[in-house]
Design a protein around this ligand. Structure first.
Ligand code: SF4
Length: 359
């Protein structure tokens, strides 16, 4: 068992769950092989909850990527924010930025191994700063790597979006016009209670800045419904924000209390049924909006990087703005960028047919 819950609950897990052989927290990934080997050899249950930030040192050749097409590369570990509902600062600790040379070297090695696309990762990836290199500077360095076709990053925090980042999105050729920018709520009172660090208007201003630079930017977000004390009116403010921004995707979550968070002290007073209703309101509205957005693409040509075999004779890939496109094809197309004409659309994906191979 590994990750945030292991870090937070520690060895208490071992008492509760006799089936757990190895318990690893959020930091010491390099100890995993040894702990597993010792557990297998019957040398006892392995535990490592140290907070040494060594995960940057794991050799990239030892990292298994779930896709042959898109590789994930850590840029920052931890988070300096203090959102009231989130366990991450407690489990993963403060932000630690990785040396840009290490990031560039890992991306180069991935490109050499055939990965066309890289996604830079961090809880607040756009807070990146290492010495004189800010996030836009890091993007410029990675974007310049020969052979890389597409560059993405996630998750961005609204507070760290600045003009330099917007210019990077506009000007760097490999960066895709897609951004995940969690808003969580459209109500100023709830945003303040969540300690998100921005108001509704500031979030809208950030979106406006980004769209002024990249008009076709696809934007997705996260929303929490039923935060403690969230009134119907406050929920409606979230609904109107989601409508106003016209997101390309919204991930809606029902609030649930997490151990060790500030919000745990608040009464979880929105009923389960009401949370579910609010979730469904946002989802239904968003599905309708996405269907309209996607239908407007029918007839357009899109550059699709094929990343999945979905069934017999069928594959799927992503447009540059991260929309899923299904089309005829086989495993041989994996990792290829092809031009596709969109022929049909649903709320969550497009259907296309191949017009010609671009590279
Ligand atoms: S929600 Fe994101 S920004 Fe807020 S504390 Fe958690 S990881 Fe950090």
């Amino acid at each position: 068992m590994g990750g945030c819950v292991a870090q937070l609950q520690g060895t208490a897990v071992l008492d509760r769950a006799p089936q757990v052989d190895v318990l690893v927290g959020t930091h010491d990934l390099s100890s995993v092989p040894d702990l597993v080997r010792r557990a297998r050899a019957g040398e006892g249950r392995g535990v490592d909850l140290d907070r040494r930030a060594d995960s940057f040192d794991v050799p990239d050749s030892a990292v298994a990527h779930s896709s042959r097409v898109r590789a994930y590369v850590t840029a920052i570990e931890g988070c300096n924010h203090v959102c009231s509902f989130c366990v991450v600062p407690r489990t993963r600790g403060a932000e630690v930025c990785r040396h840009p040379d290490g990031i560039v070297a890992e991306v180069r090695s991935l490109v050499a191994r055939g990965y066309p696309e890289v996604m830079l990762l961090g809880q607040t990836v756009n807070a990146y700063r290492y010495g004189g290199v800010d996030f836009a500077g890091l993007l410029a360095r990675v974007d310049a790597i020969d052979g890389l076709q597409r560059l993405r990053f996630t998750t961005s925090h609204p507070e760290h979006v600045d003009a330099a980042m917007a210019r990077a999105l506009r000007d760097l050729p490999r960066i895709c016009p897609y951004l995940h920018l969690p808003v969580q709520s459209g109500s100023d009172r709830v945003l303040a209670a969540m300690r998100r660090g921005y108001t509704r208007q500031e979030y809208l201003d950030t979106v406006a800045l980004l769209r002024a630079h990249v008009p076709a930017l696809a934007l997705t977000t996260d929303v929490i419904v039923g935060y403690p004390g969230e009134t119907e009116g406050e929920f409606e403010e979230t609904v109107s924000l989601v409508e106003d921004v016209a997101f390309d995707g919204v991930f809606v979550f029902m609030y649930s209390p997490r151990p060790g968070t500030a919000a745990l002290r608040l009464a979880d007073d929105v009923t389960g049924d009401e949370k579910l209703r609010r979730l469904q309101v946002v989802n239904t509205m968003q599905q309708r909006a996405q269907e309209g957005q996607n239908r407007s693409r029918i007839g357009r040509r899109e550059e699709v990087l094929v990343d999945t075999v979905t069934g017999e004779g069928r594959v799927a890939g992503r447009t540059r703005d991260f929309r899923i496109v299904h089309l005829d094809g086989d495993e041989g197309l994996l990792g290829q960028t092809i031009e596709v004409e969109v022929t049909a659309a649903g709320s969550n994906s497009l259907v296309g047919s191949r017009s010609q191979t671009s590279h």
